[in-house]
Design a protein around this ligand. Structure first.
Ligand code: GKR
Ligand code: MG
Length: 424
């Protein structure tokens, strides 16, 4: 690439895609999930891609970033970062963590940096004919393992007739085992995570027991999204000790996790209490979470995720990856960075099997024995299917959802639901 090449255009397209009635601590998923597709175009006619949150506050942040990225060389990642850190300030009183990270305003700069970094790395890779993983130091594994991510779920969405999804109801231990069986048979996953924090802990532990019986060798995880009190989390740990590979965010707060860590043999994992390097330092002092779940979308990109991985290696912490509802561009970015992290100690989370749509050319990305092969094609290794992008954008315009709101959606089923947490 000629060194005079510059970024000349940025397109941000919000999209909506079908999502299942998946239950969590905050409520239930709406029928449509939102993402934003970022296209960064250069003076030599290349287009770099990224995918990020598509909630209204995130779209505003991406718009705010636009003028600071236009005119840069696609290699000027450090300048892009410095500019966006200076220009994008956390909103006052920003919430540190929500289940809808598009409105995770404390991370606005990091989220924008991440989106533009991925698109610029895609451009760099295309220019030199190398996959992004090579720009990150090269692959230490040829494929990246993901885990089966189970959810309690209703059979259908509330309200006007939405076509029921093929997964059916997932409430009882038998139904959760059937859901796991379907995921494992279809995608070959070799570890299982259950999203908890929905029902009484007794029921969720019974589901984990049923999974243990059905899959005696499979590593299992349970994630109540901080919806269990410290006392409940300690009690549950006595039973879960022998069942889980890690215990993810059972109770709220760094202090809570630090206290819990003194009462269980289980490694505690988190994507809720360690979401910045300040949190990381405090967590090390408190000896709380021993497994950090990274997410390049809010940690500030692929290189920041590598930095986080190095910190985990330095402090002897395990490392894995968190996800939200996403499409194939995000899955590819996750796969490139995960392939470049030597100390990735667990299979990564992905919501991808819950989606049946995508907008990458050639259709949905395949899992082989639960893993995604690291692409060898230049850059991210995926291109946009423009007809699919237009279709998913039309869905965005028509669906009326502009901010993820699992609480409001749950109140359609149960007007008395408060979403107050911890509930158990
Ligand atoms: O999609 O319902 C969901 C998840 O609960 C998501 O919002 C969480 O951010 O997957 C996430 C987690 O591991 O905490
Ligand atoms: Mg989690």
């Amino acid at each position: 690439m000629n060194r005079d090449v510059r970024i000349t255009a940025i397109r941000i397209t919000p999209v909506a895609f079908r999502d299942g009635p998946l239950l969590n601590a905050a409520g239930i998923h709406e029928p449509w999930a939102l993402r934003a597709i970022v296209e960064v175009e250069t003076s030599d006619g290349r287009v770099g891609l990224a995918e990020t949150y598509g909630d209204a506050p995130m779209l505003a942040v991406l718009e705010q970033a636009r003028e600071h990225v236009l005119g840069l060389s696609p290699f000027a990642l450090n300048t892009m970062e410095e500019r966006l850190k200076a220009a994008i300030r956390p909103a006052p009183g920003a919430v540190e963590y929500t289940l809808a990270p598009g409105s995770h305003a404390a991370k606005n700069a990091a989220k924008a940096i991440s989106a533009f970094e991925v698109a610029m790395l895609d451009l760099q890779g295309q220019a030199i004919g190398a996959p992004i993983v090579d720009l990150l130091g090269g692959a230490v594994r040829p494929q990246v393992a993901y885990s089966a991510y189970l959810f309690f779920k209703y059979a259908e969405h509330h309200g006007k007739p939405y076509a029921p999804d093929p997964w059916g109801e997932g409430l009882s231990p038998q139904q959760i085992v059937a859901q796991a069986r379907r995921m494992v048979d279809r995608y070959g996953f070799q570890s299982i995570k259950l999203k908890g924090g929905v029902f009484e802990p007794r029921h969720e532990i019974d589901c984990i027991r049923a999974l243990r019986e059905a899959f005696p060798k499979m590593p299992l995880r349970l994630d109540p999204n901080a919806n269990w009190s410290l006392a409940t989390s300690k009690r549950a740990a006595e039973e879960l000790d022998e069942l889980l590979e890690y215990y993810e965010d059972p109770c709220p707060g760094l202090e809570g996790m630090g206290e819990l860590a003194r009462h269980t043999r289980l490694p505690l994992a988190t994507n809720m209490v360690v979401t910045s390097f300040e949190d990381f330092r405090r967590n090390v002092e408190l000896r709380g979470a021993q497994v950090i779940l990274s997410d390049h979308h809010y940690w500030g990109g692929l290189r920041a995720t590598q930095q986080l991985a190095r910190m985990c290696a330095l402090w002897g912490l395990g490392m894995s990856m968190h996800s939200n509802s996403h499409l194939g561009i995000s899955l590819m970015a996750m796969t490139h960075v995960a392939a470049a992290i030597p100390n990735l100690s667990y299979a990564c989370d992905t919501h991808y099997p819950w989606q049946d749509e995508d907008l990458v050319r050639g259709g949905r990305i395949a899992f082989e024995q639960g893993a995604v092969r690291v692409p060898a094609a230049p850059g991210l290794g995926v291109e946009l299917d423009r007809a699919a992008l237009a279709r998913l954008h039309e869905q965005y315009l028509a669906c009326g959802i502009r901010n993820r709101d699992d609480l409001r959606q749950m109140q359609k089923y149960d007007p008395a639901f408060t979403g107050v947490s911890p509930r158990f």
